[in-house]
Design a binder for this molecule. Structure first.
Ligand code: CA
Length: 227
């Protein structure tokens, strides 16, 4: 199946590089140079995925992301953000708006192609159900029993540690911000500091022992589960 992609990038070199490499990989590629063009292109023919530069003239990438994610017609189109190194804050904001992933410039086109494919694949796979038992090597998570086992030995996790681990492990490979994890554990608008999430993760990793590396830090952004 040919997937259609929209590349939104104002820098001509990068736009053409991506268009060339993605087309060669079998994607049907359209391009937009501005946020306005991007919104227009999406509303005329919705793509399967959007590669969205954040630093755009006019309507910037974050605003494009916000508008697409707040419109029911376009909210489900996956977005991979293209970002500069010094814009970690924007990455966090974008992920919280619902963007799926990001690639930091300068990037190799191969990485972008791989990332786009991974996002489309993850979208195609149904995410694990709320009560489904999850097994990753030695680690087993029993949502129904609120229990985590390593090599069949039960761990003594706090409620919050369990919720965070379960939340992350239901979507392996996805990056979640601290704010999203706080929401997952305590419900929305609960006042918990970023720092307390970090402290909890440290404790969780220690209890996970040999499986602790499965909870990865994504520097400046948040955390992800790596099976
Ligand atoms: Ca740009």
């Amino acid at each position: 199946m040919t997937h259609s992609l929209l590349v939104v990038e104002d820098e001509q070199d990068i736009r053409e590089l991506l268009e060339y490499n993605l087309s060669r990989d079998g994607f049907h590629v359209r391009t937009a140079e501005t946020g306005e063009q991007a919104l227009q292109a999406v509303s005329s023919i919705p793509p399967d995925l959007i590669l969205l530069d954040l630093m755009l003239p006019g309507i910037d990438g974050l605003e494009v992301c916000r508008r697409l994610k707040s419109d029911g017609q376009t909210a489900n189109i996956p977005i991979v953000m293209l970002t500069a190194k010094d814009t970690e804050g924007d990455v966090v904001t974008g992920l919280e708006m619902g963007a799926d992933d990001y690639v930091t410039k300068p990037f190799s086109p191969k990485v972008v192609v791989a990332r786009a494919k991974a996002v489309l694949r993850r979208r195609a796979e149904a995410t694990y159900g709320e009560d489904e038992v999850l097994t990753f090597g030695d680690l087993t998570i029993h949502p129904g029993r609120h229990q985590v086992l390593i090599k069949e030995r039960p761990l003594d996790l706090t409620h919050s540690e369990f919720r965070v681990l379960h939340y992350l492990s239901r979507r392996p490979g996805w990056v979640f911000t601290r704010y999203q994890l706080v929401d997952a554990v305590h419900g929305e608008k609960h006042a918990v500091s970023d720092r307390s999430v970090d402290v909890m993760i440290v404790g969780l990793r220690r209890k996970l022992g040999d499986c602790g590396h499965m909870v990865e830090t994504v520097r400046g952004v948040g955390y992800r589960f790596r099976a």
